[in-house]
Structure formats: structure tokens, C-alpha cells
Design a protein around this ligand. Structure first.
Ligand code: ADP
Length: 415
């Protein structure tokens, strides 16, 4: 309706008839309400909702509210999308936990307990496993507010950081390549000592071969002794070629023998081997093996070297810390569809974040009698199996060293 000043305003018209006994309309009662201000407020609200929703969609960030008094949880549309829940779902903790990657469920439980205990400013990353098996990485931020009635509410944002993670992984691969190059360069020191080793048999070959020529040129030729020097020449030649073989193996990215390996069994054998030594250091090894783990195509002995190295390092790290509890836990698990993972969890001194890259470099050690070779060789072994070896902090304190390797192709013969 146009007002006296010529401005059109929105009105709400309501009219009700008054009827007689036989239903005929006698009169109309009407009320006209000026709802222009409400309309403006509604439009502003709509705009602000669209703003918020678009902002959430563009930044892949959903929001949630969690009332601590009755565990009521509300997800924004974007968060439902990130979790792959139907729009307007009434979300339950069971549904959330089911979506969280099984390995990260303890972390979620721990973070939720912290919020209940009054910790504000929660911030952590967690993985979701979607119904089709894909994994999403999300970053969670939470703040706790106290309402006037004293009840608490946690308001938070959850950002889907999967794309960033994938980019970081790509960067990780480039770094691994660079690490390989650095490793080759750092091996120059090792090469020098190997050259020294090769030099000895070479010198022997020349001495023996010269003696052989002399003995044969003599009149009469001393064939018996010449034969002996010729044999020594062969022996030295073989020794030199062994050294060269070792060197090539060290530098090659190829695996040795590839067979079907049951990771649980390979790890159990390593545990049996080191149990006694570790007990002397008051270290206990526990295992948490996944059932029916698929086999992998691998060089069994090389993998056992890696596991042995990780367990020994875990034991060293715990002996160096003053924690009383010294338990190394070896876990195996299926990692996605195509990979198996083994991780060694310790509660030792842990790895400082600035050392994370360095510890995989050759000759980096913090131990008085360390060589600093173990992790660098372990990484090249795992990479030569198309896998990855990494370290992450143990939420319980200490470190988790883990590797994952693709499962064996179906065509592999059984062992
Ligand atoms: P070394 O055992 O001879 O030191 P490695 O290459 O196996 O050589 O390890 C390199 C370094 O990485 C160690 O000196 C140590 O500082 C660090 N490290 C390895 N494993 C652990 C662990 N489980 N906890 C803490 N630090 C570790």
C-alpha cells in the first residue's frame, strides 16, 4: 500500500467473515498490519544466512554447536556436507564417531573429554572415513561459552583440509626425492671408506698377478707356486666385487627378493628376537595386530631390518627418558583399501619438531654410540617398496614411527 508520502510499504491483510445461523456472511472484520519493518529484517536475515552459508561453502568450513548439559549437537549445512550426512540431520555422537577414522576415534574421545573438563580453545586435526572408503582430513576449532543459566556450550568450526593435505603429500614426495639425492651425496664419506676397502684386494691382485708372471717366466717355471698366487688373485678379485656389490645395493632403489610377506608374522619374529634384550632395558613389547591383514610383496629380511630398527630406537628412546612406563607397542592395520601399515609407539623422549626431517638423514644421531644410519636406510628400504616411513608425535608422549606399503598384487604366488 502506498503511504501518504508516496512510499510503498508491505502490509499483511487478514479478514474474517461474521456469518448468521445459515452461514450467510453478514459482516467482514479485517485487520491490516504494516509489516514493512519485519520484511526488511527478514530480508536482512536471509541475506546474512546466505552470506554465512556461502562463506562456509567457499572455505569448506562447517560449524557446530554442542550443549554440554544434554549433549545436543547441531551441524550447519556445510558440516553435514563435509560429514556426508543428509541435510537437516539430527546428529548423534554415534553417527559422528562412526564417521571418524577408527585410528582417530581415541583422539576424538580424548579431545571431547578435555572440553568436558573445561579446556577451552580446542584445536586439532582428525580424519574422517567416508562410506566409499575415501579419507578426509578436517581441522577442528572449538570454543566453550557459559550461558547466563550456567550451562556450557561448545561452539566450533570444522574445516575440510583434505586438498591441502594432498598438496602437502605431493610436497612430501618431492622432499623424499631430494632426501634420496642428499643421501647419495652424504654417502660420499661412506664411499671413501669403501674405496679404501676395494683398494686392498686390488693391491693384492696386482702383487699376486706380478708374482705369478715372475714364477711362470722363471726357468724352469714354478708352476705349483704360480698356481697358488693365481688362486689368491681370484680370491682378492671376488672380495673386491663383493664390496662393489654391497655398495650398489646401498645406492640402488631396487628391492631385493620379493615374496609374499605376512607383516604380522614378520613383526612377531622380530619381537621374539629382541624380547630378551629389551627386557634387560626394562622395556616391554606389546603387539596389537590387525586380523586377516592382506599380504604384501616385499623383501622379508629387509622389512624385518626396518622393524628391528624401529623397535630398537623405541627402546633406546624410552631408556633415555625417565618415565617409568616403558612399553613399546607394535600395531598393524589396513590403511585404506590398498595398503597395510605397521607402527611402533613408544613413550620415550620423542622427536623435536625441528628434528623430524633430519633424523631420516644419514649420519644424524643424538646417541653417543649411534651411527645415524638406521632410519635413513629404513626409509630407502620402505621407499623401494613403494611405501612411506614417517614419524608423528605420540599423544601419550613419545613418538610413533610408522610405515605403510601397498598390498601384494593378486598374481603373486603364495609362499
Ligand atoms: P641411531 O639409532 O644410530 O641414532 P637412526 O637413524 O636409527 O640412528 O636414528 C637417528 C636419530 O633419530 C636418533 O639418534 C634419535 O635422535 C632419533 N630417533 C630415532 N628413533 C627415535 C624414537 N623412537 N624416539 C626419539 N628419537 C628417535
Amino acid at each position: 500500500i502506498r503511504r501518504h508520502d508516496g512510499v510503498y510499504r508491505w502490509f499483511l491483510f487478514r479478514a474474517n467473515p461474521l456469518r448468521d445461523a445459515s452461514g450467510n456472511v453478514i459482516k467482514w472484520f479485517g485487520i491490516n498490519t504494516d509489516i514493512e519493518d519485519r520484511k526488511i529484517a527478514e530480508a536482512a536475515l536471509e541475506r546474512s544466512k546466505t552470506f554465512l552459508a556461502e562463506g562456509q561453502r567457499i572455505s569448506s568450513t562447517g560449524s557446530f554447536s554442542w550443549r554440554l548439559s544434554n549433549d545436543d549437537v547441531t551441524f550447519s549445512d556445510e558440516l553435514n556436507r563435509i560429514f556426508d550426512f543428509e541435510p537437516n540431520t539430527v546428529v548423534t555422537f554415534e553417527q559422528i564417531a562412526e564417521r571418524v577414522h577408527p585410528d582417530d576415534r581415541p583422539l576424538l574421545a580424548e579431545k571431547m573429554a578435555e572440553v568436558r573438563d573445561g579446556l577451552d580453545n580446542a584445536e586439532y586435526e582428525i580424519r574422517l572415513r567416508m562410506q566409499d572408503g575415501t579419507v578426509k582430513h578436517v581441522r577442528v576449532f572449538g570454543r566453550v561459552f557459559r550461558h547466563q543459566d550456567g550451562t556450557l556450550e561448545c561452539l566450533g568450526a570444522v574445516q575440510d583440509v583434505t586438498r591441502r593435505k594432498i598438496a602437502e603429500d605431493g610436497l612430501g614426495r618431492v622432499r623424499a626425492e631430494r632426501a634420496h639425492v642428499t643421501r647419495m651425496m652424504s654417502f660420499s664419506a661412506l664411499t671413501a671408506s669403501i674405496a679404501h676397502e676395494v683398494n686392498q684386494p686390488l693391491a693384492g691382485i696386482i702383487t699376486n698377478a706380478s708374482a705369478c708372471v715372475r714364477l711362470l717366466a722363471a726357468d724352469p717355471p714354478n708352476v705349483a707356486v704360480a698356481m697358488e698366487t693365481a688362486r689368491r688373485t681370484i680370491r682378492d678379485g671376488n672380495r673386491a666385487s663383493e664390496v662393489v656389490g654391497r655398495l650398489r645395493k646401498l645406492f640402488s632403489k631396487e628391492t631385493g627378493r620379493s615374496e609374499r610377506v605376512d607383516l604380522n608374522q614378520a613383526a612377531a619374529e622380530v619381537v621374539a628376537l629382541v624380547m630378551g634384550d629389551l627386557r634387560r632395558n626394562h622395556v616391554v613389547v606389546e603387539t596389537n595386530f590387525a586380523e586377516s591383514l592382506p599380504t604384501i610383496a616385499a623383501d622379508r629380511v629387509q622389512l624385518q631390518q626396518v622393524i628391528l630398527n624401529l623397535v630398537t630406537n623405541a627402546s633406546d628412546a624410552m631408556s633415555a627418558s625417565d618415565r617409568r612406563q616403558r612399553v613399546a607397542v607394535i600395531c598393524t592395520a589396513c590403511d585404506g583399501n590398498e595398503r597395510v601399515r605397521l607402527s611402533v609407539h613408544d613413550t620415550g623422549v620423542g622427536v623435536r619438531s625441528e628434528d623430524v626431517e633430519q633424523i631420516f638423514q644419514p649420519f644424524f644421531t643424538t646417541k653417543s654410540s649411534g651411527m645415524g644410519i638406521g632410519l635413513s636406510v629404513s626409509r630407502s628400504i620402505i621407499e623401494s617398496h613403494n611405501g612411506q616411513l614417517w614419524v608423528e608425535p605420540n599423544p601419550k608422549g613419545g613418538a610413533i614411527f610408522a610405515f605403510s606399503i601397498p598390498v601384494a598384487a593378486q598374481a603373486m604366488p603364495a609362499p
